[in-house]
Design a protein around this ligand. Structure first.
Ligand SMILES: Cc1ncc(COP(=O)(O)O)c(C=O)c1O
Length: 370
């Protein structure tokens, strides 16, 4: 079996985890949490990192920190994970969608302005599959309308937009450290910002909004979204190798791209001249002319012992959100097309070129092109 993903954990992870156990620091009070926050903030070039238990919690915490509340509208892409809409809804605010670009599968920035209303408070660009959103025009719109920019950088550790790191382009951002991410803590996430007020609000929210003056008195409702010292220990070990991991991802990504170029009707995510992608996932979109959809290819790859995964379904197609009366009669054609026709191939850090050759020949046999 070639798994769709596998973390690489053969550095300092074990040693630091043993240290947690030997010292008894296994909860969020341990010293590695602060250390991981400082190191990742400094890697990104921002002033504050607020570690939380996963990326979904990081989104909600960042929205709270940015002051998003009842009936505020937040503009986001239709093609993304439900976590983005979920955070907004948890704060009684409203997700508003735009479609994505057909080459990068990222938010189509040219559609944002038409969705702005008097209630719009923020834009949430989501950097998809390792590739940045075209941020300069988005930041211009945000400035013109005085909107907060909350970057979802869950999938783009180390990716760059015009030589600036994703996650350091807006007012506040989030990362995920789930096991399939470029660096992992098992489950985990972080909110990043250089705004001291937002950082304080994020810290308070992840820790039940404890009153700093009188413990167990709560003026607002927070969450327990704390990261443990165990998770942070793994994070520190992983972060020390981030450049090596990015190099591996880029090398394998380029290799896949070259091999996939022999197929007519198979498209990869386009790396724009202003972008440095980190190829979080090796993704393909199948042209309709092939007469086969992503689910069928995934099933056939599985029969050959190859793991793969479908793309996100559009937020406007999610029954859980439609039931709430959201996105009625809304259509996002690019999202709908890639949700049906997109999949990602084995993408782990432990993958080798010989395995990619096997994936490519199986894929070729399935789509009958070689
Ligand atoms: C774009 C994006 N945002 C947020 C998340 C949520 O992160 P987590 O799985 O850590 O909750 C993910 C998860 O993969 C994601 O892909």
């Amino acid at each position: 079996m070639i798994p769709v993903n596998e973390p690489l954990l053969d550095g300092m992870e074990k040693k630091l985890l043993i240290e947690c156990i030997e010292t008894g620091w296994i909860s969020s009070d341990g010293p590695f949490v602060n250390d991981f926050e400082n190191k990742f903030a400094s890697y990104l070039g921002v002033d504050y990192g607020i570690a939380v238990c996963n990326g979904t919690a990081a989104i909600e915490t960042a929205l709270y920190a940015a002051g998003i509340s009842k009936d505020d509208e937040v503009i986001m892409p239709s093609f993304t994970i439900i976590s983005c809409a979920l955070g907004v809804i948890r704060l009684s605010a409203i997700p508003v969608l735009v479609d994505v670009d057909s080459e990068t599968w990222n938010m189509d920035v040219s559609q944002i302005e038409s969705r702005i209303t008097a209630k719009t408070k923020a834009i949430m660009p989501v950097h998809i599959y390792g590739h940045p959103v075209d941020m300069d025009p988005l930041l211009e719109i945000a400035e013109k309308y005085n909107l907060i920019v909350i970057e979802d950088a869950a999938e783009v550790h180390g990716a760059e937009y015009k030589n600036r790191k994703c996650g350091n382009l807006g007012h506040i951002s989030i990362f995920s450290f789930y096991a399939n991410k470029i660096i992992t803590t098992g489950e985990g996430g972080m909110v990043m910002t250089s705004d001291s007020n937002m950082a304080e609000r994020a810290k308070s929210y992840r820790n039940l909004c404890f009153n700093p003056e009188k413990r167990f008195l709560h003026m607002e409702l927070g969450q327990n979204y704390r990261m443990t010292n165990l998770q942070a220990a793994i994070g520190i070990a992983q972060l020390s190798r981030i450049e090596e991991f990015i190099q591996i991802k880029r090398r394998l990504g380029e290799y896949y791209k070259k091999k996939l170029s022999v197929f007519d009707g198979v498209k990869c995510q386009v790396e724009k001249p202003w972008a440095k992608t980190v190829y979080w996932m090796y993704c393909i979109e199948l042209n309709n002319s092939l007469g086969i959809n992503a689910d069928e290819v995934i099933e056939k790859l599985e029969e050959s012992g190859i793991g793969s995964r479908p793309f996100f379904q559009g937020l406007h197609k999610q029954p859980a959100l439609r039931k709430m009366g959201l996105f009625e009669d809304e259509h996002y054609p690019v999202t709908e097309r890639i949700s049906d026709q997109g999949l990602y191939l084995p993408s782990g850090l432990t993958l080798k070129e010989e395995k990619i050759d096997l994936v490519i020949s199986s894929l070729g046999a399935i789509i009958n092109k070689i």
